[in-house]
Design a protein around this ligand. Structure first.
Ligand SMILES: Cc1cc2nc3c(=O)[nH]c(=O)nc-3n(C[C@H](O)[C@H](O)[C@H](O)COP(=O)(O)O)c2cc1C
Ligand code: SF4
Length: 516
């Protein structure tokens, strides 16, 4: 009798010892004469349980975790490969509340399939969106994305369909699709999980974007700190090309789309779309002034679709299930789902895909189980290093781009970093300003000079010079309104939110603080 066992292979699980667990399982199975079919799936995003090993049983997949190589003997002695009891048993994986209470659309296959098996991908609804797109007129494909209400998941939340429409309407001999996989925001990993855990979904989304806009060449610009993602994506592209899903005549449709991986330069600002284009053209990653917008003059001056990984990964299901299906999820003008990434001082960190409208409190407590330290949560930074520190008064606000913007919070890429009451917000805010000074591309004065002066002013404030508060607010205002891109412009978010909501950390009286 053969046993089917799943051990994740993505970098999150490997960092926690998944390769050693897989090796121990194979060695012990051989010793014991067990026939074992070991599948290297990807992490489901329940990180506190990684490496999460799953065994196939007639009732479904049963999970055990977190498993170490040393646990393997005991697990096999206990007959875990048949779903038997063991102290690490978590029950049926689909019934684990953290997973069961999610609304997984883009992450539906995550952890379920072998990321590099085309057969597995197709068996789980893969390429249904592409096959449908190939039967439609390009303008109908664009309209589907427009009607779905899908907005860019990289940060600015611009409607994807409008961007695609602009590229589709542009006249040019060559157009491009570029996937921004630079993922530099603190506490974010949903792009990495997609690249490593479901690469064909991204390939499918990019191919649909190409068909819709008339692009024939695409690039995935992947953060250089993601070697596993680069390798997985390259292998997936080779497999998809060999099977006819990419290349000169996609599924005998006469449509062409070639795809390549580009390793990123290793700077935060290279995630900014125009700096990314400069970097891809072999130059230093410096931000370009807009206009012209990349949709009209992007890579090598040609019309270019630039979208985030999750934006493009959302497209296959929109085409497969229809715009209305997708639009049905969410609230207000925030349609669909977002894979929230819960990190920092939290008990159960991990990936939570939910429709817009969920609250921070639900994410941090219902899913996250509160702080890992057991101390009260004091602040939570949402939206990366340029996101605000959110105080408790906003933890029940439904997550929605507009509702958040109205109170000065950015949803960004969905990164949520939790801090308990030992956090010193003045130090965190200083770090944000210093981050801007280090990462500035240097093109414009408010960011290049302002961020360095900002750090100095914050030190004066911390050392008891309360007059420096006025100067700091003035400087933030200049950076906000005078910077060329959002790196300088958004640094005021963490700095002012810390100053406004946690004045005592700066040695200021609460009554002195002004709330934006
Ligand atoms: C400093 C800075 C860094 C950024 N980093 C990223 C990034 O790593 N990934 C990303 O998708 N977008 C990033 N963006 C946003 C991109 O400029 C761009 O808006 C996005 O890639 C467009 O794709 P979308 O419409 O699908 O979100 C960054 C923006 C700025 C200002
Ligand atoms: S705000 Fe900073 S990163 Fe952006 S263009 Fe200006 S100097 Fe460059």
């Amino acid at each position: 009798m053969s046993f089917k066992i799943y051990v994740p292979r993505d970098s999150a699980a490997v960092a926690l010892g998944a390769d050693e667990v897989a090796a121990a399982l194979l060695a012990q199975a051989q010793q014991r004469g067990l026939e074992m079919d070991l599948v290297r799936n990807s992490s489901r995003g329940l990180f506190w349980l990684e490496p999460l090993v799953e065994v196939q049983t007639p009732a479904g997949r049963v999970a055990y975790g977190p498993v170490t190589a040393e646990d393997v003997t005991g697990l096999l002695d206990a007959q875990f490969h048949t779903g038997a009891d063991h102290r690490l048993k978590q029950g049926l994986v689909d019934e684990i509340p953290y997973l069961k209470q999610q609304e997984r659309l883009t992450f539906a296959r995550m952890g379920v399939t072998d990321p590099l098996s085309l057969a597995d991908y197709e068996a789980h609804a893969g390429f249904a969106g592409l096959r449908r797109a190939l039967t439609l007129d390009a303008s109908v494909v664009v309209q589907q994305v427009l009607d779905s209400g899908l907005r860019g998941r990289g940060g600015a939340a611009f409607p994807a369909g409008i961007k695609w429409k602009t590229v589709a309407a542009a006249q040019a001999a060559q157009k491009y699709v570029v996937c921004n996989a630079d993922e530099g925001d603190s506490g974010t990993y949903s792009d990495r999980m997609t690249l490593e855990g479901d690469p064909f979904m991204l390939i499918e989304g990019m191919t649909i974007a190409a068909i819709a806009t008339g692009a024939t060449q695409g690039y995935v610009y992947i953060r250089s700190e993601y070697p596993h993602a680069v390798a997985t994506m390259r292998e997936a592209i080779d497999k998809a090309t060999a099977a006819g899903f990419l290349g000169a005549d996609i599924l005998q449709s006469g449509k062409t789309f070639h795809l390549e991986v580009r390793k990123a330069a290793g700077a935060y600002v290279c995630g900014e779309e125009t700096a990314m284009l400069e970097s891809m053209e072999g130059k230093r990653g410096v931000v370009r002034a807009k206009p012209p917008i990349p949709a009209l003059q992007g890579l090598f001056g040609q019309p270019t679709v630039i979208n985030n990984v999750i934006t493009l990964a959302s497209v296959p299901i929109i085409l497969a299930r229809g715009a209305d299906f997708y639009k049905h999820y969410g609230v207000g003008r925030s349609h669909g789902t977002l894979p929230f990434q819960l990190t920092g001082n939290v008990k159960r960190g991990g990936l939570i895909e939910k429709a817009f409208g969920v609250t921070l409190r639900q994410l941090m407590f219902d899913f996250g189980g509160g702080s890992a330290s057991g101390r009260p949560i004091k602040a939570v930074q949402v939206g990366g290093p340029l996101g605000a520190y959110v105080p408790e008064c906003y933890w029940d606000l439904p997550l929605d781009y507009e509702a958040y913007a109205a109170v000065g919070i950015t949803v960004g890429h969905g990164g949520i970093v939790v801090h308990d009451d030992t956090a010193d917000l003045s130090r965190l805010a200083r770090y944000a300003m210093e981050f801007c000074a280090i990462e500035s591309c240097g093109k414009c004065t408010p960011c290049r000079i302002g961020s360095t002066r900002g750090v100095e002013v914050m030190d004066r404030l911390k050392n008891g010079d309360h007059q420096a508060e006025v100067l700091l607010r003035d400087l933030c205002d200049t950076m906000l309104h005078g910077s060329l891109c959002a790196l300088g412009g958004m640094t005021s978010n963490p700095v002012l939110s810390a100053l406004n909501y946690y004045p005592q950390d700066f040695g200021l009286a609460a009554s002195v603080a002004k709330v934006v």
